[in-house]
Design a protein around this ligand. Structure first.
Ligand code: 13P
Length: 258
């Protein structure tokens, strides 16, 4: 059984001091665990260095929440993949539904961001997921397939194998209503079948497919023990050290029990 991957997405939360305290609390708690799970913390840009500095001596990695689709130049307010790489960041979330919704990010732009990340050997955490209307209309598979094909499936095998996919149904994000394990399994299996068709069985097996959307210490074990769920992308619960560490412990338990 492969180990799990748990990623904390802090979104636009916390003060510098709170971010510092949280990173230290997570570091201290994880130092007590002989971790098999890979842990990534994705703070807002101004706090990234706090996390990269501590990550060097800890059992977690640093990730960003976004990057520019451009390489460098006159793009006021943007942060390039190269800047992230220079800082010691290893992962970057792309295509989050909040960026699609509030910043009009299209599949085409997300594909460009993934290319920039690949140029820097950073690991993209590529989000996909349907809205409630799309699910109610029975279009969830179609929506996720289009998102993945248009953002990710242009990659060559040797690049694709470094990518992580996160299934985050929009209706589950920040709502307290998580997908049921059955709903997650059904979609994760579908996603893995798409990867298999395009890139073959071995890459499909090795690809990490995370679940995100109202993950809590209470539901994490059942979700992470479900077939084809390789871990989680955690929002709200990732900015409470106790909850985040409990979710990581759930990932450890899910692997050891299987
Ligand atoms: P919540 O865990 O707060 O639902 O957020 C999930 C998410 O969007 C992670 O990227």
């Amino acid at each position: 059984m492969k180990s799990k991957l748990v990623i904390g997405n802090w979104k636009m939360n916390l003060s510098f001091e709170e971010a510092d305290d949280l990173t230290i609390a997570i570091q201290e708690a994880l130092a007590e665990i002989n971790l098999q799970t890979e842990v990534v913390i994705c703070p807002p840009f101004p706090f990234l260095e706090l996390v990269t500095d501590l990550a060097e001596e800890s059992n977690f990695n640093a990730g960003a929440q976004n990057c520019s689709q451009f390489e460098n130049g006159a793009y006021t307010g943007e942060v390039s993949a190269k800047m992230l790489a220079d800082l010691g960041v290893d992962f970057c979330i792309v295509g989050h539904s909040e960026r699609r919704r509030y910043f009009n990010e299209s599949n085409e732009v997300i594909a460009q961001k993934i290319n920039r990340l690949m140029d820097q050997q950073l690991i993209p955490v590529v989000c996909c997921g349907e809205t409630l209307e799309e699910r109610n209309a029975g279009k969830h598979f179609e929506v996720v397939e289009k998102q993945l094909k248009e953002t990710l499936f242009h990659l060559k095998k040797e690049d694709f194998e470094h990518a992580v996919i996160a299934y985050e149904p929009v209706w589950a994000i920040g709502t307290g209503v998580n997908a049921t394990p059955a709903q997650a399994v059904e979609m994760h299996k579908f996603i893995r079948s798409l990867v298999e068709k395009k890139y073959g069985t071995e890459i499909a097996y090795n690809t990490y497919i995370l679940y995100g959307g109202s993950c809590t210490p209470q539901n994490a074990i059942e979700l992470f023990s479900s077939e084809d769920v390789d871990g989680g992308l955690i929002g709200g619960a990732s900015i409470k050290s106790g909850d985040f560490v409990s979710i990581i412990e759930a990932a450890e338990t899910a692997v050891n029990d299987n």
